[in-house]
Design a protein around this ligand. Structure first.
Ligand code: ATP
Length: 220
């Protein structure tokens, strides 16, 4: 490579800003546990990128994906069967270190309230720091969630950025921060719409999950 090309290459590299997470400084000996709730209808690569960023930036020892039976914010929704959403999550997370699927909200059934789940984690891991991951578009209304004061006491809330989205704001008494990486403009609704329209979703969903969706003939 000519010298001029090397100079151009280095200049180009310096213009790109690599994603280097600001690693969370952990409390002495405290376990950091991340909780990621949602419909996961279906799980997609946006969710997996969130998981990776959260593990790095929050120094998580364990990250639990917790699919809701029924979201209190989507009352008219009829999600894909819980068994299918669980199976897709397990396929998507196979081989991922420190990521687990927790089916407690599905076992409880009915509307899934985060406070019940957080209480369960606070009991099981009384000495851990709990982080609850939430879309940045949802933080402003956190104080409308059931038992908001208790929620804020039990966990630190972490906003997940979406491309072009605004910075998250946390109403008191919530303590929160924003993840830095890696925003990806994809949603489960978009994936369902693409499957329905017969469009490819290979770039948005892990391959074993696509196969399972097709085998179950869902979203058609
Ligand atoms: P839907 O399109 O059906 O509303 P969704 O893609 O937003 O679904 P959920 O399963 O409800 O997915 O999401 C769980 C959590 O993950 C929510 O807090 C949501 O804001 C967040 N999330 C979903 N997709 C992304 C993404 N691409 N980037 C960052 N966060 C996301």
């Amino acid at each position: 490579m000519a010298c001029g090309d090397v100079v151009k290459l280095v200049a180009a590299l310096m213009r790109t800003r690599p994603y280097l997470p600001q690693i969370h400084v952990r409390d002495h000996g405290k376990m950091n546990i991340g909780l990621f709730g949602g419909s996961f209808d279906p799980v997609h690569l946006g969710h997996l990128l969130v998981a990776q960023a959260a593990r790095e930036e929050l120094g998580l020892d364990r990250l639990f994906f917790i699919p809701a039976a029924h979201s209190p914010f989507k009352p008219e929704n009829r999600p894909a069967p819980a068994s299918a959403r669980l199976q897709w999550l397990r396929l998507a997370l196979a081989g991922q270190t420190n990521c687990e699927v927790d089916d407690q909200e599905i076992r409880r059934g009915g509307v899934s309230y985060t406070i019940e789940t957080l209480r369960d984690y606070a009991l099981r891991f009384p000495h851990a720091q709990l982080f609850y991951l939430i879309g940045a578009d949802n933080t402003a209304k956190l104080n409308e969630w059931r038992e908001a004061g208790e929620l804020a006491r039990l966990a630190e809330f972490v906003a997940i950025p979406r491309p072009g989205g605004m910075a998250a704001s946390f109403p008191p008494p919530f303590r929160g921060r924003m993840l830095q990486g890696f925003p990806l403009g994809v949603s489960s609704s978009e994936i369902r719409a693409r499957v329905r329209a017969g469009l490819p979703v290979d770039h948005l969903v892990p391959p074993p999950v696509i196969e399972a969706i097709r085998a179950a003939r869902l979203y058609v």
